[in-house]
Design a protein around this ligand. Structure first.
Ligand code: HEM
Length: 332
């Protein structure tokens, strides 16, 4: 069920667009209203999520370290594994975000000759990294649909991506790569028994959704050859708040757009929000400077303090009766 339900829901979403656009002529709904709703939900959802995380107090330093922290001058510090200053933290974060450094340490536990053995497993790191980078390149390439004139930078990325210059329109390497990567991430969940056991509908749904977005995009580009000029008019209208839906845009575009909108609406409430979370993770973004600096919990209760002279003046008589020596007399 945890596989079937997400699969069926994507299927239903696609049918809804086909009926809505093809049969019921709801171009305005699918071309204008739903994209705006999606953008609003995405932006508000992300701001609320990230704002909630950012406002959570982090009184103590809790970075996960995997190396020698800063200590005595003659003991060598591991600056990336246990950063103690802001530039070192930034270096560690950059490697984490751009190269998924901690996933690189991924291991696999196996029973060999009835002994538990841990071995290196880099496939998830490679598949995950390639997936995220190809997705980023594809999204950046999409800017040619949003901008007029198209910036030179986008043309450069397009020409590098279409390096092989095969097929018409030019085949993009990232299109093949993203298909391979999403298939790998999906097959890993479906075929590895341990991963299948811990996978939930919330793991399959985004994979099926992204897979369908990619397939519909590829169909549009290489098979159906959708009219990009009309699509640019629609997008231009959306960006300039002129609500026009040009005639003759194929239904596959509405499928693509609708699935992207569903992704946008789903994003802030799903595990995909790790895109923002990675920047705010205290186990990654804090410097391990516990030995240099005392971190005091800001919400410790305020204690009313009484100084010793105040104490002495309050109990003076009783102290004299009990023959307890007084500080004040000593000082005189
Ligand atoms: C998560 C976001 C998105 C992903 C992953 C995605 C993915 C893809 C992919 C893989 C293709 C195949 C061709 C290529 O790589 O350029 C494609 C094509 C296309 N996408 Fe997207 N897309 C996304 C968002 C959008 C949005 C927001 C729009 C429009 C509002 C859009 C409009 C198109 C169009 C018009 C094509 C055909 C381009 C052509 O014929 O050259 N896509 N998309």
């Amino acid at each position: 069920m945890k596989i079937l339900y997400p699969f069926l829901s994507i299927f239903v979403l696609i049918i809804v667009v086909f009926i809505g656009v093809h049969q019921a002529d709801l171009h305005f709904l699918f071309g204008i209203i739903i994209p705006y709703v999606s953008i609003l939900v995405f932006l508000i959802g992300m701001v609320l999520r990230v704002g909630y995380w950012a406002s959570s107090p982090v009184p103590f330093r809790i970075p996960t370290t995997a190396g020698q922290g800063k200590t005595l001058p003659w003991i060598k510090q591991d600056k990336l594994e246990s950063p103690s200053t802001l530039p070192q933290v930034l270096g560690r974060m950059a490697l984490e975000i751009l190269l998924f450094r901690s996933l690189f340490r991924n291991t696999k536990a196996e029973l060999s000759e009835s002994k538990l053995a841990y071995g290196s497993n880099k496939w998830l790191w490679l598949g995950g990294l390639a997936f995220h980078w190809t997705m980023l390149i594809i999204i950046v390439r999409h800017y040619r649909l949003f901008l007029e004139p198209v910036p030179g930078m986008i043309h450069l990325i397009e020409s590098l991506d279409g390096f092989f210059e095969i097929t018409l329109p030019t085949f993009y390497v990232t299109d093949a790569l993203i298909l391979i990567c999403v298939s790998f991430l999906l097959l890993r969940r479906l075929l590895v028994p341990q991963i299948r056991y811990i996978s939930l509908a919330a793991d399959y749904f985004p994979l099926f959704l992204i897979f369908s977005i990619v397939i519909s995009g590829i169909l549009m580009r290489y098979v159906l050859k959708t009219d990009v000029v009309k699509i640019k008019m629609l997008i231009g209208g959306l960006l300039s708040f002129q609500f026009q839906v040009p005639e003759g845009i194929g239904t596959m575009f509405y499928v693509h757009l609708f699935l992207v909108c569903v992704l946008g609406i789903y994003f802030p409430f799903s595990k995909l929000v790790h895109m923002g979370g990675v920047f705010l993770s205290p186990t990654r973004n804090l410097a391990n400077n516990n030995r240099e600096k005392r971190h005091i919990n800001p919400w410790n209760p305020k204690v009313k303090i009484r100084s010793y002279p105040e104490y002495e003046s309050e109990f003076r008589e009783k102290m004299i009766d009990a023959e307890i020596p007084l500080e004040e007399e000593k000082n005189e």
